[in-house]
Design a protein around this ligand. Sequence first.
Ligand code: HEC
Ligand code: HEC
Length: 338
Amino acid sequence: MSGLVTGLLFISSRNSMEIRKIDPNVVSELSLESVLSELNVTPYNHSLNSFDEEKAKMGQDLILKGRTIRNGKKSKLISSFFVCTDCHNLGREFDNLSSQKASERLEFSKNNYIPFLPGSTFYGIYNRTSFYNDDYIKKYGDLVTNARDTLENSVQLCAKYCSSGRYLADWELEAIMHYYKKNELKIKDLNLDEQTLESIVNLKRINDDEKTDLLAILNRSHVNGYNAKFLSTMDVNKRKYGKGGNVENGKLIYNKSCLHCHANKRVTYLNLGNDKLSGKMFVKNLEGYRDKSLYQIIRYGTYAKFGRKQYMPMYTEQKMSDDQLNDLVAYIKQLAEK
Ligand code: HEC
Ligand code: HEC
């Protein structure tokens, strides 16, 4: 790499007489939001004008532990059943931030030792403009209408319904928004090429066409809203029952996804492990359309009931593909024969 990235001298494309020294760190540390704002993009609905580190820290507590310390006192738990990180990662989930492919997500999770969860990551969520997209309307109905274009409302929906908890107080919501702002996308996160970076350096000098191009590139550089396709229980004639499945991938999915909750008595009574008994339980239930069949449970999850608020979230196609489901079946079959 040359020029900008290494911090050498280069000649501005606008004015060849002008030689400027570029500090690569200045551009790479810029927030995506600040660059979009220079390009006159309408601010996010949830845009924060100022950032408060203390609030972000409280937001992090709320996300990881469901409560924080405020005015010297422990705050009330958001949910007695879940914390946000049961279902959402906090860090990056893709090498390529514009990808939504389940296979690339699993590959990244393997290489970076992170869980593989039914919810989208909070990383970069500040830079998204739509939430609970596509088929989520089928699950949450009208609740989704107000959440689709509003990050705050999405947080509220999830705190109350996905977490089987309650609506957040204003200060809690604000704290989480500051946490999101803290983890917003920066230019360095976007894998932009040299020429694009130069356009950003020269932002005040480039012409309107160049601005339009830059904006298109920035919009393509990351996901603005995660797609969500619900699949139904696979028809029995379409199932491969693990045939041709990748056992290694299946094991990854089992460990990084299912056991994230099922090896954790806080979340559910159903304790599972990498043992023959767990494998046999799944094999026994695999056929047909039983509740415990992998083909059923993964696509529908379970529902919160009165007196038993813990439920299992469903996996959309984006969060687990049919091929991955087949890989998982291949693995549990091997487990059962151990
Ligand atoms: C039991 C699982 C579960 C828990 C716990 C949970 N969520 Fe979610 N959340 C989901 C699922 C599933 C979705 C929809 C899929 C997605 O994230 O794209 C979702 C979506 C969201 C979205 C919209 C994401 C988007 O890009 O569409 C936000 C914001 C959110 N959750 C915030 C939270 C917060 C904050 C907490 C903790 C207070 C929390 N969630 C706890 C499962 C959960
Ligand atoms: C976010 C946490 C979470 C994840 C991830 C998760 N589960 Fe669950 N699962 C639950 C909860 C909660 C229940 C409800 C049981 C209860 O009441 O404790 C449940 C129930 C189940 C049941 C029992 C259904 C019934 O009708 O009795 C099966 C089987 C199951 N999960 C399998 C899986 C498999 C396979 C995976 C991985 C693909 C998985 N779970 C991932 C939380 C989770």
